[in-house]
Design a protein around this ligand. Structure first.
Ligand SMILES: Nc1ncnc2c1ncn2[C@@H]1O[C@H](COP(=O)(O)OP(=O)(O)OP(=O)(O)O)[C@@H](O)[C@H]1O
Ligand SMILES: Cc1ncsc1CCO
Length: 525
């Protein structure tokens, strides 16, 4: 074993599973191909194999790993690790304690531990583990998992004890190329601490083409790791009011150029007006709720809105977001009335645990409920009271926690990417007199996000390419500027005549008008 600790790259952590090999695929052939594809560390897991055979498998695996200069760890069996001189061991909660393993293994050996709770992680840190394997993130068939699933959101909490330590973390269970970016995004804590890698089994081992499977995963993990510092600022431009106005204004003609198809799972109150608003802006709506059709629809769309004003199919919302993440399409989440019932609260949690939102948009009452804040109360779908004492700080912190753009609607709208906060002071009180103006706002934001991502070149490490901060602001400006123009019309006598005028005006805004009329301020927090 190595005398001093080598620098380990945990990015693509392969856990072997010979029982999962596809028919006709040789174990060593599969391992070599996966190493060629970019696996950076290997753990040999043999749960039921006799000692002699385990030793043989470990020896042969090690010879291959050495060829690629990739470290090899042994699951559970210290005797096997010692016998072959492995780089270290991976132990479970019910296996040998870390202290005992440390005493038996030579200095420099890597010790990793499976952890299902923050308390496990804290203990592993105390005991001197080099890394923790945290999970289960998703349901999986490869292991009989008794611990409750963490979900993507749970990853942030379980990593908390690693703040300020040098202990590394990989996530495990149910991780595949298709959900890799969700996990990586989901795990990033407000401090910027995140996962060092992803542990996979079947995504590589069960593949007929393990080299290609490993390469795809490696590309995503490496690309993500190189973008971590900029995770909240999708653009690295120092935002000024003028830059924001000009770039948001350019998205109006971009929508008309691309005519994005925007999928909207929305409530029964606003469906028609949201579809008409979509057409007015130059995009195409498709209102689709059934989980069975999400895989197909997701491939065709430019963006997705999930508004849960009247939850008809939670499964549909889960599937739609999942496929949008897989296909790298922006997802705008509008948790309408989320504080109104326990069902809505738990549904929001399930959704945010399954996919990564690009934008979360809500009024003060809704966003307070999402953030578990008692500061603002709600009455059904409406926010009551004066709102947050410091709305700019609130949106910035929520954007950091949820790792996405946050839009707080109200008389003044606030938008943040976790670094910059802007306040937007356009709009008209008549927007408060019609139902579903907030829902239309979500629709507008989804359309702008779709256009902005269609304008951008896709990048490997990003769930969505394009500047979603500017896009979200563009969506707010569309609705609020159109409302000002509609309210000023002679034919508008009240909320009844206001709604059709609003839809008319949405389709008429020019980029020049947007720059001239937009009231955008960058707020310091
Ligand atoms: N008094 C007002 N003056 C100017 N603009 C307003 C006013 N009230 C709301 N708005 C605008 O209306 C849009 C919707 O925001 P609001 O916070 O009212 O949504 P909401 O409460 O979710 O609405 P709903 O529940 O009806 O869908 C925002 O862009 C906001 O700027
Ligand atoms: C009134 C209402 N109830 C559920 S959704 C909705 C539309 C405005 O949010």
């Amino acid at each position: 074993m190595a005398e001093s600790k080598r620098e380990i790259d945990y990015s693509v952590y392969l856990v072997t599973g010979r029982d999962l090999l596809p028919p006709g695929k040789d174990y060593l052939e599969s391992l070599e191909e996966s190493l060629r594809g970019g696996v950076t560390i290997v753990q040999i897991r043999e749960k039921t194999t006799e000692t002699g055979e385990f030793l043989e498998v470990a020896r042969r695996s090690q010879a291959l790993c050495r060829k690629f200069n990739v470290p090899i760890l042994i699951n559970d069996r210290l005797d096997i690790a010692l016998a072959i001189g492995a780089d270290g061991v991976h132990i479970g909660q019910t296996d040998m304690p870390i202290a005992v393993a440390k005493a038996l293994l030579p200095p420099g050996a890597i010790i990793g531990m499976t952890c299902n709770t923050p308390a496990h992680v804290a203990q592993a840190v105390k005991d001197g583990a080099d890394y923790v394997g945290v999970g289960p993130v998703f349901a999986t068939q490869t292991k009989n998992v008794a611990s409750p699933m963490l979900g993507v959101r749970g990853l942030q909490d379980i990593l908390a004890p690693l703040e300020g330590t040098n202990v590394k973390a990989v996530a495990i269970a149910g991780i595949k190329y298709t959900n890799a970016l969700q996990c990586l995004y989901g795990a990033v804590r407000p401090s910027g601490l995140g996962l060092d890698g992803l542990a996979v089994v079947s995504d590589i081992v069960a593949s007929h083409e393990p080299e290609a499977a490993a390469r795809k995963l490696a590309t995503v993990v490496h690309a993500f790791k190189s973008t971590i510092p900029h995770i909240f600022s999708l653009s690295q431009h120092p935002y000024t009011s003028q830059y924001i106005k000009e770039n948001a204004a350019q998205l109006f003609p971009a929508i008309r150029r691309h005519g994005p198809l925007v999928q909207q799972i929305t409530n029964t109150v606003v469906t028609t007006q949201s579809a008409n608003a979509t057409l007015a802006l130059g995009a195409s709506p498709i209102m689709a709720n059934a989980p069975q059709e999400m895989a197909d629809i997701s491939k065709a769309i430019g963006g997705l809105l999930i508004n849960f004003g009247t939850i008809q199919s939670l499964d549909g919302m889960i599937e739609a977001g999942k496929h949008a993440n897989i296909n790298r399409k922006p997802v705008v989440f509008d948790p309408v009335g989320v504080g109104a019932s326990q069902y809505r609260r738990s549904s929001a949690n399930s959704l945010l645990n399954t996919w990564q939102a690009t934008v979360i948009k809500g009024n003060a009452g809704e966003l307070a409920a999402i953030a578990n804040s008692q500061e603002v109360r709600a009455k059904g779908v409406d926010s009551v009271g004066q709102g947050f004492k410091n709305p700019a700080l609130f949106v910035r912190d929520l954007a950091r926690r949820e790792r996405c753009i946050v839009v707080l609607s109200g008389k003044t709208d606030y938008v943040s990417d976790g670094t910059t906060v802007v306040s937007l002071n356009n709009g008209h009180p008549l927007l408060g007199d019609i139902t579903g103006s907030g829902c239309m706002l979500g629709t507008c934001i989804a359309i702008f996000c779709a256009a902005a991502s269609m304008e951008a070149t896709p990048e490997d490490g990003k769930l969505v390419s394009g500047d979603m901060f500017i896009a979200a602001i563009g969506g707010v400006l569309a609705l609020t500027l159109a409302s000002e123009k509609a309210a000023a019309r002679d034919d508008v006598k009240g909320s009844g005549t206001f709604l059709p005028a609003l839809i008319d005006e949405l389709g008429k805004l020019s980029p020049e008008e947007v720059v001239a009329l937009a009231n955008v301020e960058v707020v310091s927090v």
